[in-house]
Design a protein around this ligand. Structure first.
Ligand SMILES: Nc1nc2c(c(=O)[nH]1)N[C@H]1C(S)=C(S)[C@@H](COP(=O)(O)O)O[C@H]1N2
Ligand SMILES: [Mo]
Length: 335
């Protein structure tokens, strides 16, 4: 089960890291006064070959949840009809192999660095097309709902996957409670902006803060979860404490972490990865084995802890719950 810390095969590319390496290359090239022709060559080389992550030593254990006074989420209520019975990815892997660029761009960085995130006190601003814009303390918000466990597959756009027992409540329940106006066509989520807690935000690897969004009907689908924990425990910092989004039929980057703002809007939000590289990361980002990323195939994936690759499923295996949301849409165009 420790395979995940070995160098992935060169076919397994981390797009975000590649992107960073490109930027790093550009910075260096600029620093050394390289010509634009030289930049071009470097870019082509990097994007054609891919750069596997260097082998890493096993990272330290996940940062213990600090949070004096943070109550553990209530116990789970029982299995949900949406649960997969596939083997769950071990807790140690879910909490040490992460993407959370505010803590660094290596998979092991978030577990090592997330101790600076203080998930209490924490409040969430709710604004836009709601009857009553308000700021809610996160524990007050949690108290509105019964937490339930959902065992979901998670498929990263980088072509690896896990099975994670999340704890949380449906976003639909929050929307129902908020008196959202009929003008709301999309929901926009924003991550905390605080370089003291999220040190990567002092750098410029992404435009901060991280922003994601959903169409309102996607947000109201019963699969869409506001997540507060995993494996029955409060969410560790590296997984997006104290509150993150999980949309299991979409690529993992839609699952924005450490949310401080939820805004109901009329126009499609400007989301981080989509704005940065629209030809590589669509707004919808529905898992689709038939639509390849420009730099690699999406037909298969590596389940963390397994050797052989698996076939990727349309909508990550959740088609019967969500395919109707996209009836009549060209999924290759609206990827
Ligand atoms: N704020 C923020 N949210 C984020 C990211 C990030 O870098 N910053 N990475 C995304 C990506 S690419 C993935 S695959 C998932 C990973 O979630 P996990 O580390 O809990 O598995 O978080 C998503 N949410
Ligand atoms: Mo991802």
């Amino acid at each position: 089960m420790k395979l995940d810390f070995e160098a992935p095969p060169s076919s397994e590319i981390t797009p975000e890291s590649l992107y960073l390496r490109r930027r790093e290359f550009i910075r260096r090239a600029a620093a050394f006064g390289a010509t634009s022709a030289a930049w071009g060559t470097g870019l082509v080389l990097l994007s054609n070959q891919g750069v596997p992550d260097a082998p890493k030593a096993a990272p330290p254990p996940p940062s213990p949840l600090p949070v004096p006074g943070a109550p553990a989420p209530p116990a789970k209520t029982g299995p949900s009809p949406y649960d997969t019975d596939e083997v769950k990815t071990p807790y140690a892997d879910i909490t040490t192999y992460n993407n959370y660029y505010e803590f660094g761009d290596e998979k092991s960085d978030p577990a090592r660095n997330a101790h600076t995130l203080m998930p209490r006190p924490w409040s969430v601003r709710i604004e836009g097309e709601v009857k009553e814009p308000r700021t809610v303390d996160v524990d007050t918000l949690f108290g509105w709902f019964g937490m339930e466990e959902r065992v979901y597959r998670m498929r990263c756009v980088e072509a690896w996957s896990m099975v994670i027992p999340w704890l949380g409540f449906p976003l639909a329940d929050l929307i129902a409670r908020l008196d959202v106006t009929s003008r709301a066509k999309y929901v926009e989520f924003t991550t905390l902006l605080d370089p003291k807690q999220l040190p990567g935000e002092s750098g410029d690897v992404l435009p901060w803060p991280y922003v994601e969004g959903l169409r309102i009907d996607e947000a109201m689908n019963p699969l869409t979860l506001m997540v507060t924990g995993l494996y029955g425990k409060p969410l560790p910092g590296q997984n997006g404490a104290p509150l993150r989004l999980v949309v299991p039929w979409k690529y993992g980057f839609k699952g924005i972490k450490s949310i401080v703002k939820i805004r109901f809007v009329q126009e499609q939000p400007k989301t981080t990865w989509n704005a940065l590289a629209p030809n590589e990361y669509g707004f919808y980002a529905n898992v689709n084995p038939l639509v390849d990323h420009p730099r690699w195939s999406q037909a298969t994936e590596r389940r963390i802890g397994e050797l052989a690759r698996r076939n990727t499923k349309q909508f990550n295996g959740y088609a019967k719950y969500v395919a109707h949301l996209y009836a009549g849409m060209d999924l290759a165009k609206n990827f």
